[in-house]
Design a protein around this ligand. Sequence first.
Ligand code: UGA
Length: 434
Amino acid sequence: MFVSVIGAGYVGLVTAVGLSCLGHDVSCFESDSKKLVDLQSGKLTFFEPGLDENLKKQIESNKISFKSEFYQADFDKSQMLIIAIGTPQLENGEPDMNNINSFLQRVCKFSVKEDKVIVLKSTVPIGTGDSIKNNLFPDDKIHVVNNPEFLREGTALGDFFNQNRIIIGCDLNDGYAFEIMEELYYNLKSKSPILRMDRCSAELSKYAANAMIASRISFMNDMSEISEAFGANIDSVRASMGYDDRIGPSYLNPGAGFGGSCFTKDVNALIQLSKKKCVRHPMLSAILDSNYMQKRVPLRKIKKSIGFDLKGKKITILGLAFKPKTDDMRDAPSLVLIHDLIDHNAKITVHDPKAMDNAYSILGNKVNYGDINDYYHSFIGTDAIVLMTEWDEYKCMDVKKIKILCPKAVFIDMRNCMDENEFRKNSIQYIKVG
Ligand code: UGA
């Protein structure tokens, strides 16, 4: 099938590469000229495991190509347009639809010779698909579909090939759109159930999934505070909860608060949508309130362990990305801690296996940067080491070295990913969550 993917950001690029690996011919459109030049030569502008190898392979076999402008000729050639343009959060909490709208305003002026399917992959407000169909594409030959993505950064390609469900939101009597979407995902059919529903339900399915997952994390962060107050162990509590079939084990890890480009943005969008319809939403607000507070926990733990006056204190931060296996620092909990520590005039050294360049573009000279190949070096003389992202590199740390390089330092593990016994054996103060 000839498919055009509009937007080569995170979702667009993974989708484009994934679809070309499934055998489709993909043209990917990107308006950022620097990004475009990189992509045309097979270079990625962000880190995502496995994506660069697959991108190069698909370029070499001519299954994927990159262009800047989408013209009538591209429209004529494509059976399907997949819109993967970003919808970042505006100041009022709503998603920014401007780029999607201006693209579709152009496309709706193209002449339509054959049936085309316009697929909204971007996360869009409930009602967007219906409004696009009714206002911009009333022609029967244009079919508007919502097909949300559930890709996680760090495991996105694997998630693409093993989708636990494929949601197709379209007019319920639109057999053409449904069939062509089934054809698009034909090679995934054996693993991924296809769920057919109306467009509004598909749009809400995406928001509801992210809000539900975010609520589990905030709930466990709240439990970790209760656990800490009463001297319980949140890891035991979490493990016991995971055995309950009604709960399940995933996304129950307390930590430094959730980050990334999606959870906060999508919960905020749901809040704004609820307000518009005067619908109650106390749970949604609580998810974000709890997450705001959790992001302040690392500073509280530092102060409690090494004293309230942090002026001149040396703090080493391990992990800057919002999660492991990505260099993405959007909404990262590490940034909240770093800005708090800067306000307290602490001396900060940071380390991350992949996010150091992104960190530099955000923080510049306000912090020191550890040796990327040897994070132990940044431990020399430090007062506290705070682990913010659970990279594998840190989990296999030689704890004995901490005792040698900074004998008095405390170790604050905001991801509960280290072996507490190792710290006890080496007489190092170990502080975890909950
Ligand atoms: C999330 C969803 O998981 C995807 O299904 C969705 O497609 C994506 O948003 C999106 O809307 O595009 P992502 O933000 O890449 O994916 O990463 P997650 O693995 O969900 O982690 C988000 C945050 O939650 C991270 O900061 C992580 O550290 C935190 N987290 C995760 C916890 O604090 N505890 C956990 O148990 C799990």
